[in-house]
Design a binder for this molecule. Structure first.
Ligand SMILES: *Cc1c(COP(=O)(O)O)cnc(C)c1O
Length: 455
């Protein structure tokens, strides 16, 4: 059967339920712990921070399928199903016998997969009768997606944006404001934790961990507000499973069996969503796949981090998570893939990696942009720097196939577009991009400060 350039699905083929990979894991991801007691977090512990229904999803290790409410599914219809593209042009340019496919999630105004979870989280907040939600954003993709989702459901949205991005990415900020969100540069003087950080580090340009603390404090101290997060959490991986379910439906339509599945990993949500149904098959012994997580060499949680309980935020107000981490005090050097600069990694992916069900690879920034440009010139799409990490490894694997003559099926997640990342492309084009990799001493320093948790 001739495989088209784009494998489109019909609206009917948008999944009716998300798939929860935890249900098929024999060893479950480690539970979140309450910071002061270090006891596993219960629904009661979490419900003042997160929406009730989302707490339920966060703690649900048992139900394999969770129905997607119609209001969310109808919103998905505006930009889903997303195409699975056969990268014929890239294959030809590489001269590889491999077949390369990518699932493109950049077909919406937010420009990334983050909208898949933003709309779900906004829906449950609305359903609970809340006034609004708070969140943090680093590079701005999550804040943009969330502001689109809250606008749709008529909710207020307060975004704490890492100060350096607030200043460097005024256009992202303006998209959020256009969708009705209020955007505050973090650290700010609007919260106790922000004021404390400013007093201790005057002139700091902020970090994701600090913005999270501010957003959580604002949620718990304002009646009718809850905090929402765009990655890392189990609930986010659950919502992102639409990516993997659609990918599997599209591949199955043409009888294609993926050999290698590749995704970039920041907090792990797009990768977790893409691989979920495939890992489910692996866990049930039905099929085997090679799965590769790709992270920046500047923020290598999987490849150089430690599997341990750690704080999720600088202010230490969030529950602790067991994950591959570089330590919550680790501040990665200025890498242009803002969405991949988190110190930790999803607990679910961390456990899968720990069990040897997936591999991880770290790649350097300039080689990522080499791949991005090569891809853009033949496939047309200008990829986000984050997504380009996956492109780098997809190309590397395709070139290995060229040497061995194997026609492997390589599938990767193209999470978004790079229109707001042109400063990064400018640096690359001007040959001013650097490849800073942390030394072992630097990593040791932040890892030495991991909390002491028996387990
Ligand atoms: C946020 C982001 C990522 C990384 O987040 P994950 O939760 O690891 O998926 C990757 N690509 C794009 C385009 C993003 O915006």
């Amino acid at each position: 059967m001739e495989i088209p350039y784009k494998i489109y699905l019909s609206e009917e083929e948008i999944p009716r339920a998300w798939y929860n990979v935890r249900a098929d894991m024999k060893v479950k991801p480690a539970p979140l712990l309450v910071p002061n007691t270090l006891k596993p977090a219960t629904a009661d512990d979490l419900s003042h921070v997160f929406c009730d229904e989302l707490v339920k999803q966060e703690l649900d290790n048992d139900h394999a399928f969770i129905e997607i409410p119609d209001d969310i599914r109808n919103f998905y219809k505006m930009y889903r199903p997303s195409p699975l593209v056969r990268a014929y042009c890239l294959e030809r340019a590489l001269g590889t016998p491999a077949h390369i496919y990518y699932k493109f999630e950049g077909n919406n105004t937010s420009g990334s997969h983050k909208l898949n979870s933003a709309i779900a989280q906004a829906y449950y907040a609305k359903k609970q009768g809340l006034k609004g939600v708070t969140t943090e954003t680093g590079a701005g993709q999550w804040g943009t997606a969330l502001s689109m989702a809250t606008a749709y459901f008529g909710l207020d949205c307060k975004v704490y944006m890492v100060k350096v991005s607030y200043e460097q990415k005024p256009f992202r900020r303006e998209v959020m404001r256009t969708y009705g969100a209020s955007v505050t540069p973090s650290p700010s003087d609007t919260t106790n934790v922000g004021r404390a950080i400013l007093a201790e580090h005057p002139g700091t340009t902020g970090s994701l961990g600090c913005a999270i603390s501010e957003a959580v404090e604002t949620a718990v101290s304002n009646e009718g507000y809850r905090y929402v997060l765009g990655s890392v959490l189990n609930q986010v991986l659950l919502h992102q499973s639409v990516i993997g379910l659609e990918t599997k439906t599209a591949l199955d339509k043409y009888g294609i069996k993926a050999d290698i599945i590749i995704g970039c990993a920041g907090g792990g949500s797009n990768l977790g969503g893409l691989i979920s149904p495939f890992v489910g098959q692996k866990l049930r012994g039905e099929a085997d796949y090679r799965i590769i997580a790709v992270e920046p060499a500047s923020c290598p949680s999987f490849t150089r981090g430690k599997y341990a309980y750690d704080f999720c935020d600088t202010g230490r107000v969030c529950p602790l998570a067991k994950m591959y981490t570089l330590g919550s005090n680790f501040i990665p050097s200025a890498n242009h893939a803002g969405g991949l600069r988190y110190h930790g990694m999803s607990s679910t992916l961390s456990e899968l990696y720990h069990q040897g069900l997936m591999e991880a690879r770290s790649v350097e920034q300039t080689s990522v942009f080499d791949a991005a440009v090569q891809f853009a010139r033949v496939e047309g799409i200008l990829p986000a720097p984050e997504s380009s990490h996956a492109i780098r490894v997809a190309i590397d694997e395709a070139l290995k196939c060229k040497q061995t003559g194997e026609a492997k099926n390589i599938v990767f997640g193209l999470t978004g577009t790079g229109y707001f990342d042109l400063v990064a492309y400018q640096k690359y084009n001007d040959h001013q991009m650097s490849d800073y990799i942390p030394t072992d001493e630097e990593l040791q320093k932040s890892l030495a400060q991991l909390p002491k948790v028996e387990k």
